[in-house]
Design a protein around this ligand. Structure first.
Ligand code: KIV
Ligand code: ZN
Length: 510
């Protein structure tokens, strides 16, 4: 191995820009802690000028997370750069990431600037950022559609101005691997001071080529990859962190490279981001999909049983995914339970362990076998739950063939118990309709997803309910062996999140 490719995670910035994926401050902190445990080299914590919530989240992450670079995004303006610095100034290793577009199409229609003006602005922005911190990254937005000579001129100038990382984004996911690799090679050949900066790439997945383009860039000298957990991001998303990391790790001798990632934390990270954002991971997704390590065809199973290497190029344990082995049952004690949590990588307080243990016992009464995945779902619900304004007290739903389903719901709203009945197209619809009557609001349900966590008809079902209030979209989660209950919990969780968001907006004077 001759070098390390740095992993710059932008789940909290570009990832969060994906429709419906916004996270609150506490959720962003949880993701940032997980990214630190994964040992990424840099976290792009957000775009502080975008909103007071984004600013606060970046500030909290900068104050709490040590040992790696904490980066904030800023356009090439004084206001953005000052704001980015304010948010990250307490970080142990702060980085300002400033950008301006360099393609003619962006210059002409979006920025209404000439090439000369954009170049001057880029240099000015880097010089301004440099007054605050030595670690400055510059991105030439839409680099892959920019004139190569001009792009090289901009890169040379920003490095001269002090940029320590130069990022080449394929902003619209237009590049093809050979072509993108050549672009990086050309930059290395033509920019005389390129050795003074790290070359980074940031690839979008519009043609499904983000990972391939990132890897082609590594082969041609890129030493930082910008990526997101589960490939979240604008439109079709960004290069998926787990895919680029495992490609480099698994084919280390081909690339002559490695990365610093603690790959055993990959599965847990993917699961956490999916839980928080409500973006389910497709079953056949590389590395973290439910089927990524499943061998179904008889001929494959036969070979696999004779020698795993016939059909397995990575082992599930390498990404922290033990096979769905039975871990605990009804008679397991508090001690064994705590040990299992620790093995899964959770460091919980005594009080949190007791809460999850209580839920585990209730689950063990209705579900014979409890798997790691079940425990992770209970933790997500019990420990990471947000303070409740709305509390569920009673749910009843009836479905009779040929009749309209009916539901009765009782909830505590601000300490007061309220009950409503309603009908609906199905039992879940009837429950949701009763809840809407209680909270006297009709937030549209913009997404509803059900997932079986482990196999069998007694499996824990996990529901994500996505609701919208104006511009704000939140994802609520609920799990239960009863799918109506899981759906109800998910909706109430979403209402609580929305309420929490409203309260924090009020505090910020909005
Ligand atoms: O896609 C893009 O070009 C970006 C830049 C801000 C790096 O996200
Ligand atoms: Zn991007």
């Amino acid at each position: 191995m001759s070098g390390i490719v740095k992993i710059f995670d932008t789940t909290l910035r570009d990832g969060e820009q994906a429709p419906g994926c916004n996270m609150n401050i506490e959720e962003k902190l949880r993701v940032a802690r997980q990214l630190a445990a994964l040992r990424v080299d840099a976290i792009e914590a957000g775009f502080p000028i975008a909103s007071p919530g984004d600013f606060q989240a970046v500030q909290k992450i900068a104050r709490e997370i040590n040992g790696l670079v904490i980066c904030a995004l800023a356009r090439a303006t004084e206001e953005d750069i000052k704001c980015a610095w304010e948010a990250i100034k307490n970080a142990e290793k702060p980085r300002i990431h400033t950008f301006i577009a360099t393609s003619d199409i962006h210059l002409q229609y979006k920025l209404r600037m000439s090439r000369e003006e954009a170049l001057e602005r880029a240099v000015w922005a880097v010089q301004l950022a440099k007054r605050y911190t030595d670690d400055v990254e510059f991105s030439a937005e839409d680099a892959s559609r920019s004139d190569v000579d001009y792009l090289c001129q901009v890169i040379k100038a920003v490095i001269k101005a002090g940029a320590t990382t130069v990022n080449i984004p394929d902003t619209v996911g237009y590049a093809i691997p050979n072509e993108f690799g050549r672009l990086v090679a050309t930059i290395r050949e033509r920019v005389p001071n390129i050795n003074r900066a790290v070359i980074s790439v940031h690839c979008h997945n519009d043609l499904g080529l983000a990972v391939a383009n990132s890897l082609a860039a590594v082969q041609n000298g890129a030493r930082q990859l910008e990526c997101t957990i589960n490939g979240l991001g604008e439109r079709a998303g960004n290069a998926s962190m787990e895919e680029v990391v495992m490609a480099i790790r698994t084919r280390g001798s081909f690339f002559g490279m490695d990365n610093n990632i603690e790959t055993k934390k990959i599965w847990q990270s993917s699961r956490l981001v999916s839980d928080i954002t409500g973006m389910l991971v497709q079953a056949n997704k590389a590395i973290v999909g439910a089927n990524a390590f499943a061998h179904e065809a008889g001929i494959h199973q036969d070979g696999f049983l004779k020698n795993k290497e016939t059909y397995e190029i990575m082992i599930p344990e390498s990404i922290g995914r033990s096979k769905s082995t039975l871990v605990l049952g009804k008679h397991s004690g508090h001690h064994a339970f705590r040990r299992q949590l620790e093995e899964l990588g959770y460091k919980l307080t005594d009080e949190e362990v007791s809460r999850v243990f209580k839920r585990f016992k209730i689950l063990a009464d209705v579900k014979k076998d409890i798997f790691n995945e079940d425990i992770v779902a209970l933790i997500a619900e019990e420990v990471y739950i947000i303070p409740n304004i709305f509390e569920l007290e009673h749910v009843e739903a009836h479905s009779i063939m040929g009749q309209l389903p009916k539901a009765k719901v009782r909830m505590r709203v601000d300490g007061q118990s309220m009950e409503m009945e309603s009908t609906g197209d199905g039992p879940v619809d009837a429950v949701y309709s009763a809840i809407k009557k209680i909270v006297k609001n009709d937030f549209p349900l913009v997404g509803y997803f059900v997932k079986g966590i482990t196999g069998g008809t007694d499996a824990l079902g996990e529901v994500t309910a996505r609701i919208q209030d104006g511009e704000q979209v939140v994802n609520g989660r609920g799990s239960d062996t009863d799918i109506i209950m899981a759906s109800t919990k998910a909706y109430v969780n979403a209402l609580n999140k929305l309420e929490q968001w409203r309260i924090s907006r009020k505090k910020n004077g909005k």
